[in-house]
Design a protein around this ligand. Structure first.
Ligand code: ATP
Ligand code: MG
Length: 566
């Protein structure tokens, strides 16, 4: 059980983990049990990339909509019949939240009777054993795997197996799904499943496919890493014409799709995570007629995907125009423009742009300009106390990067000359007396700084990356980009290293104990004795605070005495 909690935490991306927390919190607030199901569980176990998160709740999933929208979810579709939400959670995490249900098929081709059910009953209506597992996300049983059909064994054996003999008859779209999973994972159908599949094909079960399932499968195709491979398999099996009568592999812009996936991979290596589904559909249907395209769009349940597909060309066109305008007259302005644009838009333009200026600028954005970050003199910046702890650090780092990009700072000397006036004043010197306790520690400040600065020299590259990360992040935040774009920093944008030099710039302890030495300078005799006894027990400033009222009392008493004498 513990293993699955660990696997869950290590296999999901940070955004997916946040998405899980959001859904779990919403379900808990609504008093519903919630489980991770379907492909997410399968892929957690197999180690394949987790494309989307499928949740199942015991209760009406539609009731979670408002709560999730408040947390930043975008609802792509809400199906009243199955009480399922298709949504995109912050960080572009695609998810589906369905009500646990049982399905009774009474007549071939007719939709099943749907009844709310328990999670175990819900697993019985699933397509394949490897997809019929659930992982509890509930308090008390978190991480518990429910696997009534021994899907884990089929994962081990790398087999696609239906749950029962009527699987394809009840829902012929499962034949299309079988082809898709088999192509994606390179897993064969289990022997009896293959026999049922062949017989389903021969007997034309596919004629009974429901229109909703067609739309769902078109959509799923858009998220395949090897969409062309799946499309070819569909064509071979006779499923492609089911999705659309005129769709063939000849309608695909193979070169465009290939370039898209190649550039996407390069962007992933740079730390971006562009959502390519809309662009994939664009290339898969490049040579299809307008009517067929609008039929396909109408069938797709996720409306946000349809909108993105419709807009993909126009958005790229607008970005291209901006890249050719004055707005992108200098490298720094181009950098800012491209950093603020949605990564999927940059990607699509990178593979479709025909203007040389545009392709050249995007190429520089991906390659040459990134190398300029190495020129940011980080060790010297640390020595100048320009560290991430400064509130203005992001801006300074960004400005230096942009000036370097434009060639306005041409050498290290010039850069340092620019930076020097921006350095914060040095921290106050350590107190003269008080080489004990805190004061002694404070004295250790400067060497620590120097050591850290030395360290910085060794890690120049990482720190440079960090500075550009900050720069990029600052540029992004200024440009008020969409949350999804903002969530995709350049690889340099990993915030952790920014925090690392922290010990360098912690002058606070040096300044804080200032009141303490006062006590140490002229302690009264009894005070001296007491401080010896209690040394190390209380912070100096507290002792000082305690001391003052006592001193006041003493002077008051002395004054009274004097008055009395008079
Ligand atoms: P991936 O998302 O990686 O393509 P997946 O298995 O999660 O794979 P989805 O289409 O996201 O596929 O569906 C989620 C789950 O819903 C499936 O794992 C399966 O359990 C169930 N499911 C989807 N379609 C069907 C179907 N036609 N019949 C039965 N169960 C289905
Ligand atoms: Mg899924």
């Amino acid at each position: 059980m513990a293993d699955y909690i660990y696997t869950l935490e290590t296999r999901l991306s940070p955004d997916q983990q946040k998405a899980v927390t959001l859904v779990v919190d919403a379900a808990r607030a609504a008093g519903m049990n919630v489980y991770l199901t379907g492909g997410a569980v399968r892929d957690i176990i197999t180690g394949f990339p987790i494309r989307d998160l499928d949740f199942t709740v015991q209760g009406n999933a539609l009731k979670l909509q408002k709560d999730l929208e408040r947390s930043g979810a975008v609802i792509g579709d809400a199906d009243d019949e199955t009480r399922t939400l298709l949504l995109t959670l912050p960080g572009s995490v695609r998810a589906e939240i369905a009500m646990a249900r049982s399905e009774q098929y009474e007549k071939t081709g007719k939709p099943p009777q749907i009844t709310p059910a328990t999670i175990i009953e819900d697993l019985r209506r699933r397509d394949f054993t490897v997809n019929a597992m659930a992982l509890s996300l509930n308090e008390g049983s978190r991480g518990l795997l429910m696997d009534p059909f021994n899907g884990a064994a089929d994962i081990e054996a790398k087999l696609i197996r239906v749950l029962h003999n009527y699987a394809f008859l009840e829902d012929p779209s499962r034949m299309i799904r079988a082809t898709r999973f088999s192509t994606r994972f390179h897993w064969p159908l289990e022997e009896r499943t293959q026999a049922r599949y062949d017989s389903g094909k021969e007997n034309g079960y596919i004629e009974y496919i429901r229109s909703g399932s067609i739309g769902y499968e078109i959509e799923q195709l858009a998220y395949e890493d090897d969409a062309l491979g799946v499309l070819k398999a569909y064509e071979k099996e006779g499923w492609l014409k089911v999705l659309n009568g005129h769709w063939t592999t000849a309608k695909v812009d193979v070169a465009g799709l290939g370039a898209l996936m190649k550039t996407r991979q390069q962007m992933i290596e740079m730390g971006y995570a562009p959502d390519v589904a809309a662009a994939v559909l664009y290339f898969l249907t490049a040579r299809l007629g307008d009517k067929d395209i609008s039929d396909l769009r109408r069938a797709i349940p996720r409306k946000d995907l349809v909108e993105a597909w419709k807009d993909v060309e126009d958005n790229a066109h607008t970005l291209a125009k901006r890249l050719m305008s004055k707005e992108a007259a200098t490298p720094s302005r181009t950098w800012q423009l491209l950093s603020a644009a949605r990564p999927e838009m940059v990607l699509f333009l990178a593979v479709t742009a025909r203007q040389q200026t545009v392709t050249h600028k995007i190429k520089n954005f991906f390659t040459k300009w990134r190398q300029v970050q190495q020129k940011i003199p980080l060790p010297e910046m640390t020595e100048l106390r320009i560290t991430p702890q400064m509130p203005e650090y992001a801006k300074i780092a960004n400005d230096v990067f942009l000036l370097l990009l434009d060639g306005k700072l041409r050498s290290r000397t010039e850069t340092l000359k620019y930076l020097k006036p921006l350095a914060p004043p040095p921290p106050p010197p350590p107190p003269a007396v008080g080489k004990r306790g805190r004061a002694a520690k404070a004295g250790a400040g400067p060497p620590a700084q120097a050591a850290a600065a030395g360290k910085g020299k060794g890690k120049g590259t990482d720190q440079a990356a960090t500075a550009v990360a900050v720069a990029a992040a600052a540029a992004k935040s200024r440009a008020a980009v969409t949350p999804s774009a903002a969530a995709k920093p350049v690889p340099a944008a990993k915030p952790e290293p920014v925090a690392k030099p922290a010990p360098v710039a912690k002058p606070a302890p040096v300044a804080k104990p200032a009141p303490a030495p006062k006590a140490a300078v002229k302690p009264s005799k009894p005070e001296k004795a007491r401080s010896k006894k209690t040394a190390g027990k209380k912070p100096a400033h507290k002792k000082e605070a305690k001391k003052r009222p006592a001193a006041k009392k003493a002077t008051k008493a002395a004054k009274k005495k004097k008055k009395g004498k008079k």
